[in-house]
Ligand binder design. Structure first.
Ligand SMILES: Nc1ncnc2c1ncn2[C@@H]1O[C@H](COP(=O)(O)OP(=O)(O)OP(=O)(O)O)[C@@H](O)[C@H]1O
Length: 273
């Protein structure tokens, strides 16, 4: 469905952020991108819809090479790719419903979006999506009145309103607490499975990636150094991706988090007795 070949990006500053990435993403597969800070995860995701212009390589979405497209055709093809961001990228002063409908902007004539007159089927579909992400009763609320987890649900519904063939997801849970992060990842992966929608998820949290992703790509210094199943992520593999120091620090942080959650549960149980 998506085929990347030799995809590379060197920024003007001379940073080789991505080197020779080759990757096949079949329909319905949910892929987690992991790697240390600066490994090139965001660059890879953003090259795919050319928010970042690649320096070399091919991006085949079906039989269209996105690298070769001019501005107008690129705008057209981008409708096939939904994007979900860490900071949600909602229009804060608009309602939840209007934010979801903005996923239709690539499809409706400008005058309709300007007057906020979306076709009835778009509105019905937006209600269905809000119901699916658990926000049916928040449709008329302003986006700035929502919690982080609710905002990301709006972000998911907006991306789906676009009826994409592929989802690009850039650190969807980085601003959320651990429990909300798991809820959002569960919702996202369930929806992808229901729709057979492939997704590439930049995910900084290894345990979360292991729990929810079907396939893991490990990046280090702009290169793909691992491509396999979550079960294959052994300590050795994680050391290759993160380097020994970072990986052990991450594991320690994770143990502390688990311990803190267990302590909180014990305290709550003691209070209830
Ligand atoms: N706009 C830019 N101009 C110059 N260099 C950049 C730019 N964006 C990223 N880089 C560099 O490219 C490399 C890869 O960055 P990228 O943001 O893709 O990594 P990442 O794996 O997503 O990191 P993080 O997990 O910290 O977000 C880094 O060395 C970074 O400094």
């Amino acid at each position: 469905m998506l085929h990347l070949e030799g995809l590379s990006k060197t920024y003007k500053t001379g940073d080789a952020a991505l080197s020779d990435a080759t990757l096949d993403v079949p329909k319905g597969q949910i892929i987690g991108l992991i790697g240390p800070s600066g490994a090139g995860k965001s660059t890879l995701i953003r090259c795919i819809n050319r928010l970042v212009e690649p320096t070399a390589g091919k991006i085949m979405l079906g039989d269209v090479d996105l690298v070769k497209l001019g501005k107008t055709e690129l705008r057209h093809q981008r409708r096939r790719i939904g994007m979900i961001f860490q900071e949600y990228a909602l229009v804060e002063r608009l309602t939840v419903m209007e934010n979801v409908l903005s996923g239709r902007l690539g499809y409706v004539p400008f005058w309709r979006s300007f007057l906020r007159k979306y076709p009835p089927q778009d509105i019905q579909n937006a209600y269905r999506l809000l119901d699916r992400v658990g926000l049916m009763h928040q449709a008329d609320k302003r986006a700035d009145a929502l919690s982080g987890g609710q905002r990301q649900r709006v972000g998911i519904a907006r991306a789906l309103a676009q009826e994409p063939e592929l989802l690009l997801v850039d650190e969807p849970t980085a601003s959320l607490d651990p429990k909300t992060s798991r809820q959002i990842m569960r919702l996202l992966t369930e929806i992808c499975e229901e729709r057979g929608l492939p997704a590439i998820v930049n995910i900084h949290d290894v345990p979360l990636a292991q729990q929810f992703m079907q396939r893991i790509i490990g990046l280090n210094s702009g290169r793909i150094v691992f491509d396999g199943s979550p079960e294959e992520l052994s300590d050795d593999v994680l050391t290759t991706i993160y380097g020994a120091e970072d990986w052990h620090a991450m594991r320690k942080g994770d143990e502390e988090q688990t311990q803190a959650e267990a302590d909180a549960r014990d305290r709550m149980a003691a209070l209830a007795r």
